[in-house]
Design a protein around this ligand. Structure first.
Ligand code: HEM
Length: 145
């Protein structure tokens, strides 16, 4: 007759092992998320961005905030990552001066991008509306050089 304590210990060890396996991936995932948030590169507030500097904030680096330029200003749109991050519907705006695309209701730059010199009054008005939207929803963090 086998001693019953052996069975009890084996079952207990199996249960602990399975529980640990079930819990571990979630903890690892949570840690990764926390790390990403903590490691998100801090922005220098009020910085004047060149085109190339701004482009580094186009969402392709998950440790950098996502920035968009509109009418000479730069907004931190990281919280709208679903729109502007990789694969998002408006990803083309990220890391660039999106004024022309916004005024012309385009989700891709055209050959004249980013100039708005040829804008009609209605495109200027549309761009101004978008500017109000962005300044209401997102933080102004800098300017375009
Ligand atoms: C078939 C055409 C389109 C559809 C169905 C569509 C749909 C939407 C929807 C559902 C939202 C989210 C609104 C909300 O959060 O309450 C949105 C936001 C937005 N759309 Fe569109 N859209 C279209 C075209 C465009 C175009 C052409 C542009 C280019 C200017 C554009 C720019 C934006 C922007 C900038 C936002 C704001 C995202 C944010 O909250 O940061 N959309 N759109």
């Amino acid at each position: 007759m086998k001693p019953s304590w052996q069975i009890t210990v084996t079952i207990s060890l199996c249960t602990i092992y399975l529980l640990a396996r079930w819990l571990a991936p979630k903890e690892v995932e949570d840690d990764r998320d926390k790390r990403k948030k903590k490691q998100l590169e801090p922005l220098v507030k009020g910085k004047a961005y060149t085109k190339d500097e701004l482009f580094k904030y186009n969402g392709s680096n998950p440790l950098k905030p996502i920035l968009i330029g509109i009418k000479g200003n730069v907004y931190d749109v990281t919280k709208g990552g679903g729109f502007y991050g990789p694969g998002g519907p408006y990803a083309a705006f990220a890391g660039r001066d999106a004024s022309r695309m916004l005024g012309k209701a385009q989700v891709k730059p055209d050959e004249k991008d980013p100039s708005i010199d040829d804008f009609t009054p209605s495109e200027i008005s549309s761009l101004n509306d978008w500017e109000s939207f962005f300044s209401g929803k997102y933080e102004l963090v800098g300017t375009l050089k």
